[in-house]
Design a protein around this ligand. Structure first.
Ligand SMILES: [Zn+2]
Ligand SMILES: [Zn+2]
Length: 266
């Protein structure tokens, strides 16, 4: 089996293609499951320029994903999911929202440190105005809190802070061990996300230092391309598969109605 659990579509305003085009591409390349996991609506118009609003979720996203599930039955399993944001202060909203719909899983991602969308190329110059070590510390403090919040099933691209090639001066080992202890106790999966290969850093998220810790702690893996274009579905999964064999005993997580099970990749 091979699945892609991280895909977007044009509803988020920074991706190309309809939901159906993503599903069709997944069928074309022979995936067994595709997760539609567009950026989740957030309260108070938070980051509205990069996501659908509640109305679009209710009128377009949810009914379209559920209709595609029926339309493609027998060819591919279509999962109804979201990429949620961990943003301190929104936990109550996210918890309520997630419980109101029958999601298969929710990816939990950190894209913001305070007001700063640190993975947005428009604001990359802000790395130069800050101490990169402090940025890393702040980022991992957020990842740890996102795991402790128990709002999510999968930790998304868990070293996204490296996206533009900024590196910490220390090796982060102790910080990372503390973070992934919390991830383990929250019973979450960690995503192997191939989109980093298409970004300036040119690496999979996460790096092998993290994958070694994940393997040691027996944390399950999940898999996603983070496609923002239909042709990127399943991109570089040959590289991901090698990592899954090395650090996940050749197995990945799949989810149905927020219950995890594991399958062997092939
Ligand atoms: Zn996006
Ligand atoms: Zn993301």
């Amino acid at each position: 089996m091979l699945v892609d659990y991280h895909t977007h579509n044009s509803l988020c305003k920074h991706a190309d293609g309809t939901l159906e085009e993503y599903v069709a591409h997944a069928v074309k390349i022979g995936l067994t499951e595709i997760g539609c996991s567009d950026h989740a609506p957030m309260p108070d118009d938070f980051d509205l320029q990069h996501r659908m609003n509640i109305d679009q979720f209710n009128r377009a996203y949810k009914p379209e994903v559920l209709a595609l599930r029926e339309k493609f039955k027998g060819r591919i399993a279509v999962k109804f999911a979201l990429e949620g944001d961990f943003y301190p202060g929104t936990e109550k909203y996210v918890k309520e929202f997630n419980s109101q719909h029958e999601f298969d899983y929710i990816i939990g991602s950190v894209h913001y440190l305070g007001e700063w969308g640190f993975d947005n190329p428009v604001f990359v110059h802000k790395y130069d105005e800050r101490n990169v070590d402090d940025v890393y510390d702040q980022y991992y403090a957020h990842i740890k809190r996102s795991a402790a919040s128990k709002l999510f099933d999968i930790i998304g691209h868990c070293d996204l802070v490296k996206k533009f090639g900024h590196r910490p001066s220390n090796n982060m080992e102790e910080v990372l061990r503390e973070v992934f202890k919390v991830v383990k106790s929250a019973d979450m999966a960690v995503e192997i996300n191939t989109s980093g290969l298409r970004k300036p850093v040119k690496e999979v998220y996460p790096n092998e230092q993290i994958l070694k810790i994940v393997h040691e702690y027996r944390i399950p893996l999940a898999l996603g391309s983070d496609a923002h274009s239909p042709n990127d579905v399943g991109k570089d999964f040959d590289i991901a598969k090698e990592l899954i064999h090395k650090y996940g005993n050749g197995r990945i997580s799949i989810f149905t109605q927020r219950q995890r099970s594991e399958v062997a990749v092939s």
